[in-house]
Design a protein around this ligand. Structure first.
Ligand code: NDP
Ligand code: HSE
Length: 429
């Protein structure tokens, strides 16, 4: 056992960072035993130095994060500031000064993961980020290490707790979007500005990270098709129920059938109640992985929160410290397949389309003809209505998004179609 401690600098001491510091202190003996050397909290960078931080020696607090990472005696930087800058510069500076990095920063990794991995490799340091996707759930390491000998074809997940809470509330209590969002805010799930969650940016960043690791290629945030969940209505849930489905905001990463490309997307979708993801309630996350040899795997747990996220950070910290002691590095970026990311138009899925139409002879045939002309095969049609107006619900077989968009554009131009009330993809069948 080495007695000289490994020095850790904490950048950020908010929801996650304060829990990282607490666990480092309360579990110090266990961490020492597991790593093979003590770990010492050598400095904590924050924005507001006067804020009282329970359990943290005030002497360790600094507002000069740059000086902390440049000190030269730091072995590992834990970056839990978030955002792009100054986090990006601090991480690259850390590598230049001989420190490995543990980060929870999905936004930064989804945008600049490749450059950060390269910087880590150039300086012989580690970059670990288990906490960046789905909080406490072990997912990055299983994909990167446990499944390194398999071929992952699909990753389908609920990776945002706030939106899962809102959709679950709408489904279980019949609440509208705003009412459910207000409850999520009151319970501390949704942030004051919930845009990143409800518009799908947070989930898209996680999808980019997952797709890159799962398919050994590079997927950036801009490559991920994204739709938020603010337009989902009580009527959509009623339609979903009629089909034996519920609605979830899904992150879906797929290898194309010919294996030559991949896709990554985030949008609300109907999934059958029999699918394991349908039973993921409240703010929980779950990710379903389909691999060629392993088959179907499901990872489930808390995707956010200080302590759960700190658990993932601490796991990385132990791994990185062990590598430091062994003079080795963990796995870096694996992007050798160089598979291109196809646009959303090439994605194949099923669709549930609700139309308001005139209820008179020939309308159904007219609508069916539009689907046929675009090569979109109809699975079921349900009609209800009175007084010359009808609601038509069409569920398709698998078709490309481009073909479906063609159908919808054409339907909107028909005099007999009063409006396209909703279009929802159907997944997980
Ligand atoms: P918080 O906003 O709670 O904490 C951010 C911390 O960074 C604060 O301590 C803040 O200081 C400090 N900080 C901000 N700017 C600077 C700066 N320029 N220099 C030094 N310190 C700075 O964020 P969270 O803890 O919630 O999130 C941290 C990271 O973890 C993010 O990347 C987030 O995406 C990720 N994450 C968060 C999860 C969660 O449930 N919260 C879940 C999974 C990932 P001060 O305290 O003085 O304000
Ligand atoms: N805002 C995120 C969520 C936090 O609701 O899941 C975890 O990344």
């Amino acid at each position: 056992m080495r007695t000289r401690p490994l020095k850790v600098a904490l950048l950020g001491c908010g929801v996650v960072g304060s829990e990282v510091a607490r666990i480092m202190t309360t579990h110090a003996d266990d961490l020492t035993a597991r790593i093979g050397a003590p770990v010492e909290l050598a400095g904590v960078a924050v924005r507001r130095p006067s804020k009282v931080r329970a359990g943290i020696d005030p002497e360790l607090i600094t507002t000069d994060a740059t000086a902390l990472v440049k000190r030269g005696d730091i072995d590992v930087i834990v970056e839990v500031i978030g955002g792009i800058e100054p986090a990006r510069t601090l991480i690259t500076t850390a590598f230049e000064h001989g420190a490995s990095v543990v980060s929870a920063n999905k936004a930064l990794l989804a945008q600049d993961g490749a450059a950060l991995h390269k910087a880590a490799e150039d300086h012989g340091e580690d970059l670990y980020y288990e906490a960046a996707v789905a909080g406490a759930i072990p997912l990055i390491r299983p994909l990167r290490e446990s499944l390194a000998g398999d071929k992952v074809n699909r990753v389908l997940g609920i990776v945002n707790g706030t939106t899962n809470f809102i959709l679950d509330k709408m489904d279980s209590s019949g609440a509208g979007y705003q009412e459910a969002l207000d409850e999520a805010t009151a319970l501390g799930y949704a942030e004051a500005d919930p845009t990143a969650d409800v518009e799908g940016f947070d989930a898209a960043a996680k999808a980019a990270i997952l797709a890159g690791i799962a398919f050994h290629t590079r997927v950036r945030l801009d490559d991920v098709y994204r739709e938020g969940m603010t337009e989902v209505t009580a009527a959509d849930f009623a339609s979903a129920r009629q089909m034996g489905c519920t609605i979830k905001l899904l992150a879906i990463c797929e290898r194309a059938a010919d294996g030559e490309s991949v896709t990554a997307r985030v949008h609300p979708a109907m999934i059958p109640l029999s699918h394991p993801l349908a039973s993921v309630r409240e703010a929980y996350n779950a990710v379903f992985v389909e691999a060629e040899a392993a088959g179907q795997l499901m990872f489930y747990g808390p995707g956010a929160g200080g302590a759960p996220t700190a658990s993932a950070v601490l796991g990385d910290l132990v791994a990185v410290c062990r590598n430091k002691l062994a003079g080795s590095n963990g796995p870096g970026e694996s992007a050798y397949t160089r598979l291109p990311v196809s646009p959303m138009g090439e994605v194949f899925t099923r669709y549930h389309i609700s139309l308001d139409v005139a209820d008179k002879p020939g309308v159904l045939a007219q609508v069916a003809t539009v689907f046929a002309e675009h090569g979109v095969s109809i699975d079921t049609v349900r009609q209800s209505g009175k007084d010359g107006e009808a609601s038509l619900v069409v569920v398709t077989h698998r078709a490309t998004d481009a073909a479906l968009n063609g159908v919808v554009d054409r339907l909107r131009k028909l005099d007999t179609v009063r409006g396209v009330a909703s279009i929802m993809r159907v997944e997980g069948e």
